[in-house]
Design a protein around this ligand. Sequence first.
Ligand SMILES: [Fe+2]
Length: 307
Amino acid sequence: MSEPVVRLRALRSVTLRSTSCADAGEFYREVWGLRQVEQDTGAVWLRGTSSEHHVLQLQQAERNALGKVAFAVATPREIDEAASRLVAQGIPLVTEPGKLDQVGGGYGLRFADPEGRLIELSADVFAVTPDDPDGHPAVPRKLAHVVLNTADIDAACEFYTRVLGMRISDWSEHQMAFLRCNADHHVIAFNQAPFASVNHVAYEMASIDHFMRGIGRLRHNGITPLWGPGRHGPGSNTFGYFADPAGLVCEYTSEVEQVVEDAWLCRVWRRTPELSDLWGTAGPPSKDVRTHMAGVPDPGYTAWWRG
Ligand SMILES: [Fe+2]
């Protein structure tokens, strides 16, 4: 079996192509608690309280879709090594390794997964001054995870484990797979679905108190959760799901399970109400939240990529 092409250190950021970039930007900035670091025509970049330059980029688009998922790699040399290993495995590069001509800078490369999701590996990205991570404001610290709907969960898991070296932490029957690249129980999860699309993006709150106060702030803005608050079985993380102005689902989460690599055993969780909602506070997901999480078919990056 071939070695992974790279050692991923962390989930860095996600780019969402949004039908309502301006309104969604305002929502994530004024209500959700991210801070804007840059803006351009039809694009906005937002950060959490960590030193990561940005965790979310919104790009105006005709349909909601994934723009890209960016992972942190330790050094530019590992980016170069990843490039030659990708090519050796017959995986074409979308962007050759080099300085990234984008907000936040860095050195990186891009390629696509089997369903056309753009993946960016980057190193040496600009830092921003971290805010007090345990400070009072109930605002997100960092990206926690991205959940992606896939038409072929086995093919998706095979690619992300074999090529990117991710590990499967848990399954929710044969419906969802939770993948990690560091101690966090999952940074990517795949959900078996009729078509590829964005299911949701989760943001980590510093504590369960921050998590609940964040939900409270949304409530004061007239926005109640589509689902939650509750605590999931797989990952043991808290959840509160909302829809942004473009209809994409965003989640506050906290207390995600920390994996001890050498001791962890993958489990299969049955899809019962007690296991997806440990507290019993959230109830089963509503039709509304399931519709939002299903999203719209995402044809992949070739539909919009201009180099
Ligand atoms: Fe989630």
